[in-house]
Design a protein around this ligand. Structure first.
Ligand SMILES: Nc1ncnc2c1ncn2[C@@H]1O[C@H](COP(=O)(O)OP(=O)(O)O)[C@@H](O)[C@H]1O
Ligand SMILES: [Mg+2]
Length: 370
């Protein structure tokens, strides 16, 4: 066995996901998983930071340490559960918690917290981290980075497929049938983040369970049109975004401009759900018109209201969970970072220039030896 651990904590900031994966040869076989919830106090501080609240260097440094320790704990929990000794694990791939992502402008960068020095030291396992900035340094968006992994596990010459990850932000990977054809992929816009924020604000729960609340409302077409009018949706790829762009203030601004502040909260939730479904559907229609299968992963796959809207908005393809193709949808991203760590240690590229816009394919991340 060639064991790797992938650590992922996405834009939803719901949990730290840890996956133990056997990557012998070309195999991808998840042996164990552990999800460590991010406690509300820490989540609150991270959300503040992401949403541009005044932050001090002291706070950033403190959160970097807190997350490094939390990631190490997630690894220890995982290994305890699997009955595996750290010495049996080749490396950890740690994505880190994104608190800033700005791939455009004069100082393009992406900042992930969760000190890899601490992870390596506390677990005794070599840790690969800071994947995104190398791609940005090579002229790319630094995102999405999962498409190379998606290609490795989900490509088929039988039909064109799209892999759709619905986390806080949603992203697609387009896998053409011919392996010579370039793989493309980009962030389509909001996934669950806005729906989460709106339900936090009005229901006091961090998510709209099973999309019940959204289903109780009515889609408000003028609001939907105003939201879809944001220039991000029409931008050609490569493109990537984050929750600091599609955050509650973005919604509030549109509501204010349109004089729609008095809409019922559940109708706004229904419209936010539709925004996610419609922006994804538009992106697939524009950039993967030949796709016949859409494989869904990420937490959004558990929201039946959202999945039902995706199915009704287009009949061109079937919408199925990645579980139907052998990978649990909750662990695809974490497994991808285990895979990316292996690529890095083998000095193989992790980015796809056709996706990120980088000048070249490059091995990503820094290596923190055990
Ligand atoms: N049963 C459910 N009903 C509605 N939404 C859900 C459900 N399960 C998960 N989610 C959504 O999935 C999100 C977590 O998805 P995840 O893939 O972990 O995102 P990220 O990669 O951004 O952390 C939650 O914040 C929530 O919005
Ligand atoms: Mg998550």
């Amino acid at each position: 066995m060639t064991l790797f651990i992938g650590l992922m904590s996405g834009t939803s900031m719901d949990a730290v996901d840890a996956a133990l994966v056997d990557l012998t040869g070309d195999n991808v076989n998840m042996l164990a998983s552990a999800g460590l919830p991010i406690q509300p106090a820490l989540r609150g501080e991270l959300l503040d930071l992401c949403h541009g609240a005044a932050s001090t260097l002291e706070r950033v440094a403190r959160l970097d340490v807190a997350l490094g320790r939390l990631f190490a704990t997630a690894v220890q929990t995982l290994l305890g559960r699997a009955g595996i000794d750290p010495s049996q694990v080749t490396a950890i791939g740690s994505h880190g918690q994104t608190v800033y992502h700005q791939p455009l402008g004069t100082s393009p960068t992406s900042v992930q917290l969760g000190d890899p020095n601490l992870i390596a030291e506390l677990t005794g396992i070599t840790t690969v981290a800071d994947f995104r900035r190398r791609d940005i340094a090579a002229g790319g968006q630094g995102a999405p980075l999962v498409p190379a992994f998606h290609r490795a596990v989900f490509h088929t010459s039988e039909t064109e497929r799209v892999v759709l990850n619905i986390g806080g932000i949603a992203n697609i990977t387009v896998l053409p049938r011919a392996s010579g054809q370039p793989v493309t992929g980009f962030d389509t816009g909001p996934g669950n983040a806005l729906m989460d924020a709106w339900s936090m604000e009005h229901l006091g729960t961090p998510r709209d369970d099973d999309g019940f609340w959204a289903a109780s409302g009515t889609i408000h077409e003028p609001l939907l049109a105003a939201l879809l009018n944001d220039p991000y949706f029409a931008l050609p790829p490569p493109k990537s975004t984050g929750r600091e762009y599609f955050h509650p203030d973005w919604l509030r601004k549109v509501l204010r401009h349109g004089g729609m502040e008095a809409l019922q909260p559940q109708d706004i939730q229904a419209t936010l759900c539709e925004l996610t479904a419609a922006s994804i559907t538009q992106a697939i229609a524009a950039f993967a018109p030949d796709a016949r299968q859409v494989l869904v992963c990420g937490g959004g796959v558990h929201n039946p209201t959202l999945v039902q809207r995706l199915r009704s908005l287009s009949k061109d393809y079937e919408v199925v969970s990645t579980a139907a193709y052998g990978i649990d949808p909750d662990w695809v991203e974490a497994i991808a970072f285990a895979w990316l760590a292996k690529q890095t240690l083998e000095n193989k590229p992790g980015n796809l220039p056709s996706v990120t816009g980088a000048r070249r394919a490059v091995a990503l991340g820094g290596v923190y030896r055990a």
